[in-house]
Design a protein around this ligand. Structure first.
Ligand SMILES: Cc1cc2nc3c(=O)[nH]c(=O)nc-3n(C[C@H](O)[C@H](O)[C@H](O)COP(=O)(O)OP(=O)(O)OC[C@H]3O[C@@H](n4cnc5c(N)ncnc54)[C@H](O)[C@@H]3O)c2cc1C
Ligand code: FES
Length: 271
């Protein structure tokens, strides 16, 4: 439904809260009316009495009254949100932004690189890829975070691993950890896709995206084949308030997903 007041949100009730890690929870929401989003688009979530925050839904893209948002506790609003439980009311407006360029990604060799909470938007991309496997014949997914307990969606990993090449690494391993130890760029050494041809999608904390893009360029992935999703301060979400400006771009409207070639020389790209 198009709304007269673009700031008017849709009410949403929390149906379930999943504790993913000590600092990250997934909120399973049921909206008063369906919302259609494309993978990589974001919404503005109202935390009543506190304000709004942008989050990228981590659930399957499409039109639905159900939506998952996976939220890391970092400050005022997210701390209040982390205290919410089943039955509590929130509100959602959007979706905003461009999302991942699926037409460009289809039938290419894909290297998807996630770091920490960057796995949230990538889960919705994974759902799209797995559901339309014929369009994405060759996918390598690399995911890194600090420790084994910081890994998101642990329960889904065996299922995903059956569908695509999926490798994980942690900065600091525990005794039980049997997979790779080291930063995510370490996994570039044995990646299955051809780096001279593939398209890379990178989502994670700015420092991880900075080093991953640099490393991929060194390995021959050109900047017009690297895609990043940027996080900037956002208020309106649709190109009116200018809070999200990054060089000539409104990250809310022109992004948050960009080809690296278009943003790599902007001084504040990773700020
Ligand atoms: C398009 C877009 C999509 C996003 N998607 C997600 C998502 O799916 N899941 C998610 O958890 N977050 C996501 N974020 C980040 C999220 O919006 C912020 O973490 C949130 O707004 C912080 O609100 P706060 O009031 O809790 O923090 P504040 O009180 O505003 O900030 C507290 C402190 O945390 C720092 N901070 C703010 N954001 C971050 C961050 N992302 N990482 C680390 N430190 C931060 C601030 O600089 C400040 O020092 C997204 C941001 C954008 C722009
Ligand atoms: S968030 Fe207002 S212009 Fe981008």
């Amino acid at each position: 439904m198009s709304r007269v007041n673009p700031y008017e949100p849709i009410k949403a009730v929390i149906r379930e809260v999943i504790e993913e890690t000590p600092t990250i929870k997934t909120f399973r929401l049921e909206l008063d009316e369906p919302m259609e989003f494309a993978t990589g688009q974001f919404i503005q979530l109202t935390v009543p009495g506190v304000g709004e925050c942008p989050f990228t839904p981590s659930s399957k893209p499409g039109k639905s009254r159900n939506m998952d948002v996976t939220v890391m506790k970092v400050g005022t609003a997210t701390e209040v949100l982390h205290r919410k439980t089943s039955g509590d009311m929130l509100a959602v407006r959007g979706p905003y932004g461009n999302g991942f360029p699926l037409d460009f990604l289809k039938n290419k060799e894909l290297l998807i690189v996630g770091g920490g909470c960057g796995m949230a938007p990538l889960r919705s991309l994974l759902y799209e890829i797995i559901e339309n496997k014929q369009d994405y014949p060759s996918v390598s997914f690399l995911y890194g975070c600090r420790t084994p307990e910081d890994i998101l969606y642990k329960g889904s990993f065996p299922e995903w691993k059956k569908e695509i090449d999926f490798e994980r690494t942690v900065d600091k391993a525990s005794e039980e950890w049997k997979e790779s130890e080291g930063v995510v760029t370490k996994l570039f050494e044995n990646v299955k896709v051809n780096l001279k041809k593939c398209v890379a999608v990178i989502v994670g904390p700015p420092v991880m995206m900075k080093f991953a893009t640099m490393e991929l360029e060194k390995k021959g992935v050109s900047d017009d084949r690297i895609i990043v999703s940027l996080e900037k301060n956002m208020t309106c979400g649709f190109g009116k308030c200018r809070h999200c400006l990054c060089g000539p771009y409104y990250v809310c409207k022109d992004g948050p997903v960009f080809f690296y070639k278009d943003v790599k020389d902007l001084p504040d790209v990773w700020d």
